[in-house]
Design a protein around this ligand. Structure first.
Ligand code: DWN
Ligand code: ZN
Length: 427
């Protein structure tokens, strides 16, 4: 396999999660009796440009198709985060009715609806027809296409370049990374700005967030590696913010290399911090598997010991990351009986690999529930807040398994470490 940025040979394994089905490919009941395709899920690190990356086993066209089930509006916290960004961006970049904002991977219009309300002309580009349809119904101008340099050139000629190009949680989903970034170079006005948000590799490593490694996340960025991608295309990152979203993300601000805006100390100091922790050394990538295996052991010991005690475990949030985790652990409905989700498309389907049934949020507590496992740990507080009254009535304890096993017991649901289960193994 070759590095998708610098074409160097890839030989350094960051984490091998075995063969897994695509994390967002939920199954209908009919498909349960048919063969299920799995792909090797192996994250490699380039010893040249330090990009952590997963091979394109399933093409982006096959992933982001009409069955793609992720709707960004499923989280209140994410909607609030997005509207705060839109207001900040309008102020900082002095956007008005003569400006043009383009969002790549605009999903169901969760963010652009703010620019429509502020009367700033905007355009969404979203390849998955489900979310794109929802956006159009909500009055957000949307192209149901993949973004690339060809589309960028066409848009530049037909409808003009952009003052602001936004891309949140998309850069990691693009196999053709160089062409994608080149497209933004084409589409950006001379004094325009690009802002992109994506999970920060350093948080993935520190927070043991190995479950965020799955087929639709082709790349995992440090500021060091993403700077190389942008610099190679004549763009420069001039500002960066560290965000709490999705377990810890970066928001980068980029412009044309020749733009007069200076590179701020936010960029230079984060690059220095990454160099200090060894982002350019092999050792930084070598011990991650041990942490992933520890989380798996803790979780399986917990499940088996509670099953032996005839306790019941359900899950909350049929997140893509949850499927990576459940399949890495080899969990099936005998250990986790069902999972709730607030995405209509997911209810009534079954998780890929584990075949755990997805139910609605108002039926997940239909009978005795001793433990409720929160799979999207990045939405932990929002989910505990939503279910705390039911959990109190049922004397249910919440559980999260990443970065390690934590239990949250009524009445106050403060987190406590459950690692006592695995002491004998790790003493
Ligand atoms: O990069 C991606 C991230 C941003 O979102 C995409 N590849 C796909 C997706 O990954 P994910 O599915 O792991 O994302 P979330 O946002 O961590 O998953 C949330 C899931 O949990 C959704 O299916 C909705 C569900 N949910 C719920 O059922 N009740 C979420 C909340 C907050 C809730 O209250
Ligand atoms: Zn490389």
């Amino acid at each position: 396999m070759k590095c998708r940025v610098c074409d160097a040979n890839l030989s350094h394994t960051f984490l091998n999660l075995g063969h897994q089905p695509p994390s967002n490919s939920l199954l209908t009941r009919e498909k349960l009796s048919q063969p299920e395709v799995t792909f090797p899920l192996v994250a490699m690190v380039c010893d040249n440009c330090r990009l952590v990356q997963v091979p394109e086993s399933k093409s982006a066209n096959e992933i982001f198709d009409k069955e793609y089930v992720y709707f960004s509006s499923g989280s209140r916290a994410w909607l609030d985060h997005s509207s705060a960004f839109a207001k900040m961006a309008k102020e900082r970049f002095k956007l008005n009715k003569n400006s043009k904002v383009v969002e790549i991977a605009s999903n169901d219009g969760y963010l652009l609806k703010n620019f429509v309300e502020m009367q700033v002309p905007c355009l969404g580009i979203e390849p998955a027809s489900g979310p794109a349809r929802t956006a159009k119904i909500n009055g957000i101008p949307t192209l149901t296409e993949f973004f690339n340099s060809q589309l960028a050139s066409k848009l530049s000629i037909e409808s003009g370049k952009a003052d602001l190009i936004i891309g949140n949680n998309v850069l990691a989903h693009v196999p053709g990374l160089n062409d994608f970034v080149q497209g933004m170079k084409y589409l950006l006005k001379p004094q325009g700005t690009i802002t992109m948000e994506f999970p920060h590799l350093c948080r993935l490593v520190d927070g043991n967030q190995f479950d965020t490694i799955y087929q639709e996340h082709f790349s995992y960025f440090s500021l060091t590696s993403v700077s190389t991608v942008f610099n190679n295309q004549g763009l420069r990152i001039f500002d960066v913010e560290v965000l709490p979203t999705h377990g810890g993300s970066l928001r980068i601000y980029a412009n044309h290399s020749e733009d007069i805006r200076a590179t701020l100390s936010s960029v230079t100091s984060l690059l220095e911090r990454e160099a200090t922790i060894g982002i350019k050394t092999d050792a930084y990538y070598d011990n991650f598997r041990v942490k992933a295996e520890k989380a798996r052991s803790e979780f399986l010991l917990f499940l088996l010991s509670e099953r032996r005690a005839s306790k019941t475990v359900v899950a909350l949030g049929a997140a893509a990351k949850g499927n990576t985790f459940l399949n890495f652990c080899g969990v099936h409905p005998d250990l986790v009986s069902r999972v709730s989700d607030n995405t209509p498309f997911k209810i009534g389907k079954f998780l890929p690999g584990s075949h755990i049934p997805v139910c609605s949020e108002d039926t997940v507590f239909k009978d005795v529930v001793d433990y409720a496992l929160i799979l999207p740990w990045n939405h932990r507080d929002e989910i505990i807040q939503k279910f705390r009254d039911k959990a109190k009535r049922h004397n249910t304890r919440f559980v999260t398994a990443i970065p390690n096993l934590q239990v949250y017991s009524p009445p106050d649901f403060t987190p406590k470490n459950l690692s006592y289960l695995v002491k004998p193994i790790y003493q």
